[in-house]
Design a protein around this ligand. Structure first.
Ligand SMILES: [Zn+2]
Ligand SMILES: [Zn+2]
Length: 168
């Protein structure tokens, strides 16, 4: 994903891309196309880029292990400054461009921000019921045969405590 910036006039310039994930170097769990829309705001000595990334990814639910796909969305802003990068510069979201740069390349930022947007906790649904700890049945598909009655009586006080503490 490249945007030509030679002879770019000052002001707002919208852009949009729709590319196969491999073209920006994304791989599994992402799949299909990655869409990036946004705008460049060209100022006297800098360009401010605002972008929104949308890409699908395949995950496995942490609770029930079912495979599911999810739309990953991420917004980011990058400020491109013309000139030499100062020593020890570590400002986030700032990229230095040479005075005669004629394009900006989005690939690395699109990759990084897509990866950062992968949720830590992967759930097929907020209310996923998970698997029965005894028989392994996916409880989203219905109740299992394991009745609470045949739970070893020695565990009952612990189960009552768990209930009181509201942990599952
Ligand atoms: Zn699940
Ligand atoms: Zn069960």
């Amino acid at each position: 994903m490249k945007i030509k910036i030679s002879n770019l006039s000052e002001g707002i310039h919208p852009f949009s891309f729709d590319e196969l994930i491999g073209e920006v170097g994304l791989e599994t769990p992402f799949f299909g196309m990655v869409a990036v829309i946004g705008e460049l705001n060209k100022l006297h000595n800098q360009i401010v880029l605002d972008a929104k990334i949308s890409v699908y990814a395949n995950f496995e639910c942490d609770r029930c292990t079912t495979a599911y796909k999810n739309l990953i969305e991420s917004n980011y802003r990058m400020v491109y400054l013309f000139g030499k990068e100062p020593d020890k510069e570590d400002a986030l979201n700032v990229t230095y461009l040479s005075i005669d740069a004629d394009k900006i390349i989005l690939d690395k930022d699109v990759r990084d921000y897509s990866m950062l947007a992968i949720p830590m906790k992967k759930l097929c649904d907020e209310d996923c019921k998970g698997l029965c700890y005894k028989c392994g049945k996916n409880l989203n598909e219905g109740e299992c045969e394991c009745s609470t009655e045949d739970i070893d009586i020695r565990w009952q006080p612990l189960l009552d405590l768990k209930k009181k503490l509201n942990i599952s």
